[in-house]
Write a protein that binds this ligand. Structure first.
Ligand code: 5AD
Ligand code: SF4
Length: 441
């Protein structure tokens, strides 16, 4: 029997990294690793990193500085860096932090067992290729163990849109869609293991165009096929680009019961001038019209988005246009960020006039204030309403169970309910970040 070794993975960034971390843990399971929850007990530490903003990337180096100290207590400890910083910075990571034994980019995760074996022999291992072989097929099959009722499933990776601010096309590469049958197999396997909700992931998931029976399938067709899987009760997808929001996908929000009424559709700015400079290839009006059509298809849909403030050249008026757009849409939730120049991206290379830091901070503060107000209003509207909740875990207080509503609100009850059950719940209170309710008998 293979020797058992302990693996600690720390995940940064987006949900795709969460999914990748699971797959890496499963794949290293074949090399004798079991996952542990603290770095002190580990024989191997993997940081699965994010490069989307400077802050996220810099965190990696400070964390590596701390992890390095653990090598003093355990000289056999191996330290690896995976994810988007690994892809973007490659060997530079080993130069900046010589304690790193292994660097692996997102497209090479299936080669992780070989890289680990190399690192064990004391050879520095680096792989940031974009190989031809199908990494998902080659990653070790998921073991048949029961798992939490809500899971992620990557169906698409990479991006061909080249928004001027974004590193994704460089770190994750060109758009690739997984074939339909492999996704179906993986979904059925997840359902066998207790999963009832699947979130389909892709950097540009609504651009999905996988090979299926009879030709190329879009995301709507894939969702409708997944909806036929017995035992799979809820489907979500994230994250999307407005220009790929095709008619059949909008229609699916109206007529596919298993598709949850929540949509994350980033717009980034409400100013046409800035949208053009960002190379978004749509106007604010295009986006607003789209949101209207989605609401026509599914009137109760919870809408979400992403915003960047302080993009080079953003004037007060441009920012006010963003505020107006947010007021017009009325978001259930939204994420906003201060622009962070990323090496290699057109916006950073052009060296356009940066917005003054204090001005950008002030804008972010105002935008987040407005978003929080809308979020709170949407949450408060739930009081007195019935929602359906998939219960995922025990709560902090005795007897409390926590789950997610169809609108992605965290909902807690103190009734008798099992993890994995979906129940109707009447909402009775709206707290800071969650709703309280009682089961509808
Ligand atoms: N600076 C700030 N925010 C960014 N995002 C992507 N790139 C940058 C950047 N360079 C934000 C976008 C995107 C989300 C995932 O992160 O809003 O939708
Ligand atoms: Fe971060 Fe983007 Fe990589 Fe996800 S894909 S980890 S958001 S850089």
């Amino acid at each position: 029997m293979a020797e058992t070794k302990k693996l600690f993975i720390k995940t940064y960034g987006c949900q795709m990294n969460v999914y990748d971390s699971e797959r890496m843990a499963e794949s290293l399971g074949g090399s004798g690793y079991t996952e542990v929850s603290s770095p002190e007990e580990a024989d191997m530490i993997l940081l699965n990193t994010c490069h989307i903003r400077e802050k996220a990337a810099e965190k990696v180096y400070s964390e590596l500085g701390r992890m390095k100290e653990l090598k003093i207590a355990n000289p056999d400890l191996k330290i690896g860096v995976a994810g988007c910083v690994a892809q973007a910075e490659g060997e530079e990571i080993m130069r900046r932090q010589p304690a790193v034994d292994l660097v692996v980019g997102p497209q090479s995760y299936h080669r992780l067992p070989d890289l680990e074996a190399k690192a064990r022999k004391g050879i520095k291992a680096l792989d940031t290729d974009f190989p031809e072989e199908d990494k998902f097929e080659m990653l070790k099959a998921r073991p048949k163990v029961k798992r939490a009722p809500a899971a992620f499933l990557t169906v698409q990776e990479g991006c061909d849109k080249f928004c001027a601010f974004c590193v994704v096309p460089y770190t994750r590469g060109a758009e690739v869609s997984r074939p339909v049958d492999r996704i179906l197999r993986e979904a059925e396997d997840l359902v066998d293991r207790g999963v009832r909700e699947i979130t389909l992931l892709g950097q540009n998931v609504n651009a999905y165009h996988g090979t299926g029976e009879g030709g190329t399938w879009g995301l709507a067709r894939l969702i409708r096929r997944l909806a036929e899987v017995d035992g799979l009760e809820r489907i979500r997808f994230t994250t999307s680009h407005p220009n790929d929001m095709e008619d059949d996908l909008i229609a699916a929000h109206g007529d596919c019961d298993k598709l949850m009424p929540y949509l994350h559709l980033p717009v980034q700015s409400g100013s046409d001038r800035i949208l053009k400079a960002m190379n978004r290839k749509h106007t604010a009006q295009d986006y607003l019209r789209l949101m209207e059509r989605i609401r026509e298809a599914r009137p109760d849909i919870a809408l979400s988005g992403d915003f960047i403030v302080g993009f080079p050249g953003e004037t007060d008026q441009d920012f006010e246009d963003t505020m107006s757009l947010v007021r017009e849409v009325g978001y259930a939730s939204a994420y906003s960020f201060k622009y962070s120049p990323r090496p290699g991206t057109p916006a950073a290379e052009k060296g356009d006039k940066m917005v003054d830091e204090d001005v950008a901070t002030e804008r972010l503060y105002r935008l987040q204030g407005l978003i929080t107000e809308q979020q709170k209003a949407f949450q408060n509207e739930m009081v007195g309403r019935e929602v359906s909740v998939l219960f995922e875990r025990k709560g902090r207080e005795a007897g409390q169970m926590v789950g997610k509503s169809e609108y992605l609100h965290a909902v807690h009850v103190t009734d008798d309910v099992e993890i994995g059950e979906i129940k109707r719940v009447r909402i009775v209170e709206s707290g800071t970040n969650s709703l309280g309710g009682v089961l509808v008998s």
